[in-house]
Design a protein around this ligand. Structure first.
Ligand code: AMP
Length: 454
């Protein structure tokens, strides 16, 4: 179904065309008519599915008519997502007179107050805490709100915003339309949803939290202390363009950023301890190609929309399968292709298995043919001052761990690891000639299972 058949007014269709969208995505085809009809919605859509336009376009259509006042509130979990949703809304509304605004914490509240008290806005994208601060200072009034959007609602609840959301819901007019988008429905969110929506239409785009089809996934088994080396080699050997590397902790992100910079790579860090301007600069630098690599914690895994991310690397295996899906959704957006690599140390195997169960399929194990797992282990042992005999046994020990690497591999064109001229065929780190290469994920998985039994 083309955009013009969805019931959107001409000025908004013009904005859609100017944004370069030719046809609606599935969530847009489903959600736009339902939202235009005024229904409350609970929606689950894959990241990168075009969800933002699915709710922003029909909202703008409703705002074109009627008084100038703050009539739509969009709540999101992070500042980055807030800025991004507002930019999109501004884009789609460029041929209208509607005014968009954004408010989030971590920056001076003054300009946000002036924006809201001065000319005012028709649509405000905000994080919950800052919105309540603004309301407490009487810089924003809610009596004209007609539409409320809770975007990435599960994430807001995860981040501890449930009490803020409940407070905001109590302050809003009861007569309104509410659209709630969430990949999952944890119990804490159920309570918020119960307060927020009335008789909602459920829009579920297939199983939630499924990675987009264009993303090629691979797991690189690797002892923990070799991960920075492995990452550097992967980036060099796969011809990676823009890369997002995820770590579990802020401290880990800073440490890895320094390590990669020491190796001459152009890297920026994005996490909750960075100031807002540092975070914005990091994203801009990645977007403009000033840095190749962004090292981030999960704060960046949701909603952030940077074009042409060729690789997402999980330097640490994420805590939950949902985080995995959101992280790797930073690449392969809108039918593009991308690679998602996960560096897995032996103690992280169980987390990867949980992710595979969630995805309903195995992820191929891959080894880097020219990565000398053993020599580097010996080097580390030497550096740590371990004597010959214990070094040997440690080496064997790590070597056998390293043999996770031979459980599978793939052979997929662009991402294929570079090979040295002296060794033109991939090989298993442990020298196991039965190591599989280029196998499909499920085959690799059953292979893993049979090996476990041995
Ligand atoms: P979202 O899931 O809202 O973050 O959107 C992901 C990306 O898809 C963004 O870069 C949007 O600009 C883009 N997008 C949204 N709708 C369409 C469409 N109908 N056609 C092409 N690109 C789109």
């Amino acid at each position: 179904m083309p955009f013009h058949a969805l019931g959107l007014p001409p000025l908004i269709l013009k904005g859609v065309r100017a944004a370069g969208y030719a046809t609606p995505t599935p969530i847009q085809s489903k959600a736009i008519p339902v939202i235009l009809a005024g229904h409350d919605v609970i929606g689950a859509a894959q990241t990168g599915s075009g969800k933002t336009a699915a709710f922003v376009l029909p909202i703008l259509a409703g705002l074109i008519e009627g008084p100038r006042a703050l009539r739509c509130l969009i709540l999101v979990p992070t500042r980055e997502l807030a800025a991004q949703v507002e930019t999109n809304a501004r884009d789609y509304a460029r041929f209208t007179k509607l005014k968009m605004g954004v408010a989030y914490g971590g920056v001076n509240i003054g300009p946000q107050e002036r924006m809201l008290r001065g000319e005012g806005v028709d649509l405000l994208v905000a994080t919950p805490g800052r919105l309540l601060d603004l309301h407490g200072r009487q810089s924003v009034a809610f009596e004209d709100i007609e539409v409320l959007v809770l975007d990435e609602a599960d994430r807001m609840v995860d981040m501890g915003f449930a009490p803020d959301l409940q407070r905001i819901l109590r302050l809003l007019p009861k007569e309104r339309q509410t659209l709630l988008f969430s990949a999952t429905m944890p119990p804490a969110l159920n309570k918020v949803a119960g307060l927020a929506v009335t008789d909602p239409v459920r829009i579920d785009m297939g199983p939630p939290s499924k990675p987009a089809a264009g993303i090629t996934q691979a797991v690189y088994p690797c002892p923990k202390h070799l991960k920075p080396d492995m990452l550097t080699e992967l980036i060099a050997s796969t011809g990676a363009g823009s890369v997002i590397v995820f770590t579990r902790t802020k401290h880990g992100a800073d440490r890895l950023t320094r390590q990669l910079q020491q190796r001459g790579l152009a890297v920026a860090a994005l996490h909750g301890n960075r100031t807002q301007s540092q975070r914005e600069r990091a994203l801009k630098d990645l977007q403009r190609g000033r840095v190749q690599i962004l090292v981030a914690t999960d704060i960046a895994s949701r909603g952030i929309d940077v074009d042409d991310i060729t690789h997402v690397v999980n330097f640490d295996v994420p805590h939950t399968p949902e985080d995995y899906v959101h992280r790797i959704g930073r690449t392969g957006r809108m039918n593009a292709t991308g690679d998602a690599f996960t560096l897995m140390s032996p103690d992280e195997q169980k987390d990867v298995v949980i992710i595979e169960r969630f995805l309903g399929k195995g992820i191929p194990r891959v080894i880097l043919p020219d990565f000398d797992y053993k020599r580097r282990i010996d080097d580390k042992a030497r550096a740590a001052g371990i004597d010959g005999s214990s070094r040997q046994s440690r080496g064997r020990d790590e070597g056998s761990r390293g043999s996770h690497a031979d459980r599978g591999s793939r052979d997929s064109g662009r991402s294929r690891p570079a090979r040295s001229s002296s060794d033109s065929s991939p090989r298993a780190a442990s020298g196991d000639s039965s190591a599989v290469f280029g196998r499909r994920p499920d085959r690799a998985n059953s292979d893993r299972r049979s090996r476990r039994k041995m």
